[in-house]
Design a protein around this ligand. Structure first.
Ligand code: BG6
Length: 504
């Protein structure tokens, strides 16, 4: 691929030093769909270090290095954002290796140590390693102990060892703290990267730039001007063969506790003193500290039943593979949150997320208050809606502002119009996948876009009353048809406050 010489210097600042990356669960869904395609794209963008190796580990035999390469090629052909070409693939594939082994077997770690030593010699990985735990949460402590016991977590003055842990980090407040303690048995805090891929999305990172690089939004970004906020993470897909995982997680642990509360922390935080990792993480953490634990009465759970989604007949959640025939796990959540501080007091934040909704859309809508007095007739302003600022996280990443405008005519007639900014028309390049950004961050040792343990625990604290109440009372979810916007009870939740959900 030709490199623009004018941009080459820019690129050189971003290429991390040599390292090996080890993926536990190297054949899993996340590795094949996201991680390996992200690495392949970094390779195409010439952002992978020159000395690099990727070592997949798993219980199933992948057919040695060659088998693993062929399998990952097929996954990249399906999931890479840029097409796989023969020449580039050959260069990338030469860095891929496979180890078959159980995570609780010391022999697996001995084989890994040997493979890492060979990568240092053959591929110049310089003793630096990042371990990616792309496995079910119950395996995290086993692997961390295995690495620790084998001496594979120890850094030297000149080499790093880092560990990346997928969400959800724990399954409630207590288990999250316990998991943290067990990871700390082998790794120091600066070596630990708790990943939440929403923080790698350009449009999420842009919330900070939008708020703090512009003078006109921050003065109105508070309870005096904002009526309420709606955060929506809607997906048209179902559980996509991940039924077993989903049965343990549900929408609350899969999306709300991490992705949604992290996005909320960007929207609600105070301006940091600098863009330094700790300064930003301190402010995001403080926003979560101010969140009041949610009341079960302010939450609606839903589960999809058969219906039409994505133009096809979709089966019900209970009929998905790996899901119990009587499962009460939620695939939809709507909730009302309050933040107890000077900026947000009494300004409700409504969150909703669901699978099998009519379309895929993630957005933050800042709904402003109505004007205190309208000097126009009711008839003229009948179609006027209050101002809304919408941060579109995906797809069609962008920002739009809704305001009233005079309809061209000899009399006053007001209609609501939109002013729109779209990433793909404003900038010529399409945004990188979140995992590309975050993997580069880990290689460089930059923790800005990774939640710290305090933020993870605050998020569990906020939803803890729900876990307790569901455990005690059972209470099944409301049902909604696949392809609809969720249960009616969710509309009633906001109608109670004389508000309604936006149709994104
Ligand atoms: C993952 C969840 O973290 O995020 C999935 O486990 C969900 O259930 C996915 O589909 C959504 O990610 P994105 O980037 O497509 O919004």
């Amino acid at each position: 691929m030709a490199v623009n010489p004018l941009r080459d210097e820019l690129r050189m600042h971003r290429v991390p030093g040599p390292c090996a990356m080890v993926i536990f669960g190297g054949q899993g869904d996340l590795a094949g769909r996201k991680l390996v395609p992200a690495l392949y794209n970094l390779y195409l963008r010439r952002l992978l270090p020159t000395g690099f190796a990727l070592i997949g580990i798993g219980r199933r035999d992948a057919g040695g290095d060659e088998g693993y390469r062929a399998e990952m090629r097929a996954r990249c052909e399906s999931f890479s954002r840029t097409p796989v070409t023969e020449v580039e693939w050959q260069g990338f594939a030469a860095m891929l290796h496979w180890i078959t082994g159980n995570f609780d077997d010391a022999a697996t770690y001995a084989a890994l140590a040997a493979r890492l030593a060979a990568a240092d010699t053959d591929l110049g990985t310089a003793g630096n390693v990042l371990y990616y735990l792309s496995v079910p949460p119950s395996q995290f402590p086993v692997i961390v102990d295995g690495l620790g016991d084998a001496g594979l977590a120890a850094e030297t003055d000149r080499t790093f060892r880092r560990v990346v842990i997928e969400k959800p980090f724990g399954s409630d407040l207590a288990s999250s703290a316990a998991l943290n303690a067990s990871v700390h048995r082998a790794f120091a805090e600066r070596q630990i990267f708790r990943i939440d891929h929403y923080l790698g999305k350009e449009s999420v990172q842009n919330i900070l730039v939008f708020r703090f690089a512009n003078g006109i939004f921050e003065p109105v970004w508070n309870r005096n001007f904002i009526d309420h906020v709606q955060i929506t993470v809607a997906e048209s897909i179902g559980v996509e063969g991940r039924g077993r995982f989903y049965e343990e997680a549900g929408a609350l642990r899969d999306i709300v506790q991490n992705h949604m509360l992290q996005v909320l922390s960007f929207v609600a935080m105070e301006p940091p003193a600098s863009f330094d990792a700790e300064a930003v993480r301190d402010e995001r953490g403080k926003a979560l500290v101010s969140c009041r634990p949610v009341r079960p009465a302010d939450v609606v759970r839903g589960q999809y039943v058969a219906g039409h989604a994505d133009g096809r007949l979709a089966r019900s959640y209970r009929e998905e593979e790996g899901v119990g025939a009587h499962s009460d796990v939620e695939t939809y959540i709507a909730m009302r949150l309050l933040i107890d501080n000077w900026r947000w007091a009494d300004t409700p934040i409504y969150l909703r997320t669901g699978k099998r909704l009519p379309k895929r859309v993630t957005e933050v809508a800042i709904q402003f208050k109505r004007v205190p007095h309208l000097p126009f007739s009711y008839a003229a302003a009948e179609q006027l809606e209050p101002n809304v600022l919408v941060l579109r996280i995906q797809p069609n990443e962008g920002i739009s502002l809704r305001f009233g405008a005079k309809v061209p005519s000899e009399r006053i007639q007001i209609r609501t119009v939109n002013m729109d900014f779209q990433y793909d028309t404003a900038f010529s390049s399409s945004p990188a996948e979140a995992y590309e950004t975050l993997l580069l961050d880990v290689m460089r040792g930059d923790g800005t876009n990774f939640p710290r343990q305090d933020a993870v625990e605050e998020s569990w604290r906020i939803i803890e009353p729900l876990l307790d109440s569901w455990q005690l009372q059972g209470g099944g979810p409301h049902h909604y048809e696949a392809g609809s916007w969720g249960p009616e009870a969710a509309d009633e939740l906001v109608a109670r406050d004389r508000r309604r959900w936006r149709r994104p």
